[in-house]
Design a binder for this molecule. Structure first.
Ligand SMILES: [Zn+2]
Length: 337
C-alpha cells in the first residue's frame, strides 16, 4: 500500500475531533469517512490508523501536535507498511470490487489478539465497492465487533453503500474545502504554468483530484470529449466510431468529462449568468450545444451518464456502454425521440 499520509489544511478540525475521541477513549467500533472524491479521506484514514496504534498517543509529556510520534516501534512499522495490527483492504490489482475473501480475512484477523498497542485497525476503501457478499460478511463483524478494534470505512458514493452498514458506523463527513484554501494549496503543489483555479473547477472543487488531473495530463482529454460531442451533433461522426475512439481515454474519463459538460449546459440553460461553471473556459462552446437542446433533455442525459458511470464501476462492456450513451445523446439532440 502507498504510505503517503498527511493532514491537509482543510482537515484540521476533523483531525482534532478524531484525536480528541482517541484521547478520551471514546472511539466507536466503526467510523465511516464519507465525502466527495479528492478531499483526502484515505490519507486521513491512514494517518488516524497510525495515531490509534502509536505507542505515544495521548502521552502528555511529549510535545503534542496531535500527530503520531513517527519514532515508536508502531509508527516505524506502520510507515514501512508492515504493522501487523493495521489492515488495509482495497481494490486488488485491476479488480473493480472488494470481494468476500478480503473481508473474511480481516474478520479472522480482528478476532485474534492484537500484536502491539491493544488496538486493531482495519481501513476499507473504497467501501462502496464491496460486493454484496463482502458487505454481508462485514455486517456480521459490525454486529458483534471484537473489542479494541476500529473499522474505518472510506466512501465517496454513500448511496452505493448498504444502509445496514451505514447505520452501524459513526459517520464523519469530509467536505470540500473552501475555494481559496483549495487554490492556495493547489498552487503550492503545482509547477508554474498551471491554472490552479481552472483545475479546481474542473475537479468539482476537489483539490486532490485537481492535482492528479494536472499530474496525469488529463485536462487535454476534456477537449477530445467536447470535440467529439460537437462532431456527433454535426453528424460528422457516428456514435460507434466515437465510442471506439474514446476508449483510449478510459471509460470513466470520457463519462467524467461528458458529465461535467452536461452539468454546465444545465447551468447555462437555467441562468443567464450562472455563478459557477465546471468548465469556465468552454462557456461559449457549451452554450452553443445547450442551445440545441431542451432542459429536460439535458437532465435526461445527465441521468443516463450517471447510470453508465455506476455500471462502469462493475464489469460492463465499456464500448457498449459508451455507444449507448452517445446514441441516446444524438437521438435526443436531433429531436428524433
Ligand atoms: Zn508512534
Amino acid at each position: 500500500m502507498s504510505q503517503s499520509s498527511q493532514i491537509f489544511p482543510w482537515q484540521r478540525a476533523l483531525w482534532q475531533g478524531l484525536i480528541q475521541r482517541l484521547h478520551e477513549d471514546r472511539l466507536p467500533h466503526a467510523l465511516l469517512l464519507s465525502g466527495p472524491q479528492g478531499t483526502g479521506k484515505e490519507s486521513l484514514a491512514r494517518l488516524f490508523a497510525r495515531a490509534v496504534l502509536c505507542e505515544n498517543s495521548g502521552n502528555n509529556s511529549l510535545p503534542r501536535d496531535d500527530l503520531p510520534c513517527g519514532t515508536c516501534r508502531s509508527c516505524l512499522l506502520d510507515q514501512a507498511g508492515s504493522h501487523p495490527d493495521h489492515h488495509w483492504v482495497g481494490l486488488l490489482d485491476s479488480k473493480k470490487i472488494i470481494g468476500v475473501d478480503q473481508i473474511r480475512e480481516i474478520g479472522t484477523s480482528l478476532s485474534m489478539k492484537a500484536h502491539y498497542s491493544g488496538y486493531k485497525v482495519v481501513v476499507i476503501t473504497p467501501a462502496e465497492q464491496m460486493n454484496l457478499q463482502a458487505a454481508n460478511s462485514l455486517l456480521k463483524t459490525l454486529e458483534e465487533p471484537p473489542s479494541r478494534s476500529l473499522l474505518i470505512l472510506v466512501a465517496s458514493h454513500m448511496t452505493a453503500l448498504p444502509a445496514t452498514l451505514r447505520s452501524r458506523c459513526q459517520r464523519i463527513t469530509c467536505a470540500l474545502p473552501p475555494q481559496d484554501a483549495a487554490v492556495s494549496w493547489l498552487e503550492a503543489q503545482l509547477t508554474p504554468g498551471h491554472d490552479a483555479g481552472l483545475l479546481l473547477a474542473l475537479a468539482g472543487g476537489a483539490p486532490r483530484v485537481a492535482l492528479q488531473m494536472a499530474q496525469e495530463g488529463r485536462v487535454s482529454q476534456r477537449l477530445e470529449v467536447l470535440d467529439g460531442l460537437e462532431r456527433l451533433l454535426r453528424n460528422q461522426e457516428s456514435a460507434v466510431t466515437l465510442a471506439a475512439s474514446w476508449l483510449k481515454l478510459e471509460l470513466k474519463e470520457a463519462l467524467y468529462w461528458m458529465h461535467s459538460g452536461v452539468i454546465d449546459m444545465i447551468r447555462l440553460k437555467s441562468a443567464a449568468h450562472p455563478p459557477r461553471l465546471v468548465n469556465p473556459d468552454m462557456r461559449e462552446r457549451l452554450q452553443a450545444i445547450a442551445a440545441q437542446m431542451e432542459l429536460k433533455t439535458l437532465y435526461y442525459q445527465l441521468d443516463k451518464i450517471g447510470e453508465a458511470s455506476r455500471l462502469a464501476m462493475g464489469q460492463s462492456n465499456a464500448q457498449m456502454l459508451l455507444e449507448d450513451v452517445l446514441i441516446r445523446w444524438n437521438e435526443r439532440c436531433s429531436g428524433r425521440m
